[in-house]
Design a protein around this ligand. Structure first.
Ligand code: RAM
Length: 330
């Protein structure tokens, strides 16, 4: 209510300015939907914090934080259809499947809705651009290096991923596999999928420990998976034997670092990612041409590559030396 009053005031002033011969224009309220893989995941809640920060900075922008209750493309399609019916101005989605959501997103674009993907990408025909958190080869190498750095004599590692169709995890795993030959002695024995559900990820981690008694590390490139794996390894009394690493949130992983279940892990700033995605969605929805420089507010600008993608910033590594500085932030 308050926001509307403020917006009409600004609109009124802008109209007056227009009548006075300046080029100022009234800005309508804009609704940007942040569609996440599933509700209840801390990583996306941190991204939503950044989206709300961007909205407050822009003014006249409402964030609709939404997603299915579990990480399925079907659930996201329902959400997208409902957003089309509501007539939102923009959809910024982290997709559970790069292809399955394309027809629904195409329908959204046909109705004039700005569509971008961020975090976990949509195939090119289903969005106007994609924002990666960081360079895919860099993330792929980082997750492997985090494990290898603590295995001087080599050994067995396994990957605990999110869903089998998750664009981002699949790209990072492919990138890690590509550089595996650079880590002689490191043997990738299995890749399993916990679907970004805590209980399934926990059971998959238990399964890995049973099947591979010599396992030296579990690499989970998902904030849900890494935490569940840390719990499974701790409960199995295998701290010191199996190092759990990958991508996690400092706020969720502090206990794992303290217990020694996790020696180190990495992540980019999810608040900045949600902020940047929102700024980009707003830029494109207000007419910025995706082929030029796109503004991301305090995060600078991006230019798209030939796949219509851009990357935000490098991941950062956390361990016992710095986790306390970050665990209250995200
Ligand atoms: C989980 C999700 C998300 C991914 C992070 C690292 O929160 O799978 O898509 O980027 O992990």
């Amino acid at each position: 209510m308050k926001r509307r009053t403020f917006t009409s005031l600004v609109a009124g002033l802008s109209m007056a300015a227009g009548m006075m011969g300046t080029t100022a224009m009234a800005q309508d309220d804009m609704r940007i939907a942040l569609v996440v893989k599933a509700l209840g995941i801390g990583f996306f809640e941190a991204a939503a914090e950044g989206a709300n920060e961007a909205a407050a900075e822009l003014g006249g922008v409402e964030i609709i934080y939404t997603g299915p209750t579990s990480t399925t493309a079907e659930g996201q399609i329902e959400v997208i259809n409902s957003l089309i019916a509501q007539g939102v101005d923009a959809i910024a989605i982290s997709a559970n499947d790069p292809d399955a959501v394309v027809p629904a997103l195409k329908r959204a674009m046909d109705r004039g809705i700005t569509v971008i993907s961020w975090d976990s990408g949509v195939a090119e025909e289903g969005r106007m651009m994609h924002l990666n958190p960081s360079s895919t080869p860099l993330i792929g190498n980082t997750i492997l290096k985090l494990a290898a750095d603590h295995m001087p004599d080599g050994g067995e590692v396994a990957i605990l991923s999110a869903t089998t169709t998750s664009t981002n995890q699949n790209a990072w795993i492919a990138a890690a596999e590509e550089v595996l030959p650079n880590y002689p002695g490191i043997n990738l024995v299995a890749t399993v999928y916990g679907d970004d559900l805590s209980d399934k990820s926990y059971r998959e981690a238990q399964g890995l420990m049973q099947t591979y008694p010599d396992l030296g590390a579990i690499i989970a490139p998902t904030t849900v998976g890494i935490l569940a794996a840390c719990q499974a390894v701790s409960d199995a009394g295998k701290i010191g034997e199996i190092n759990v690493t990958g991508l996690g949130l400092p706020s969720e992983m502090a206990g794992c670092v303290e217990s020694g279940a996790t020696k180190s892990f990495a992540i980019w700033n999810p608040i900045d990612l949600g902020y940047s995605a929102t700024m980009i969605a707003h830029s494109l929805a207000t007419g910025t041409d995706a082929s030029g420089e796109i503004s991301m507010g305090r995060m600078g600008t991006v230019t798209l590559d030939d796949t219509g993608s851009a990357a935000m910033a490098d991941p950062f590594t956390y361990d016992s030396s710095n986790i306390d500085d970050f665990k209250d932030i995200f």
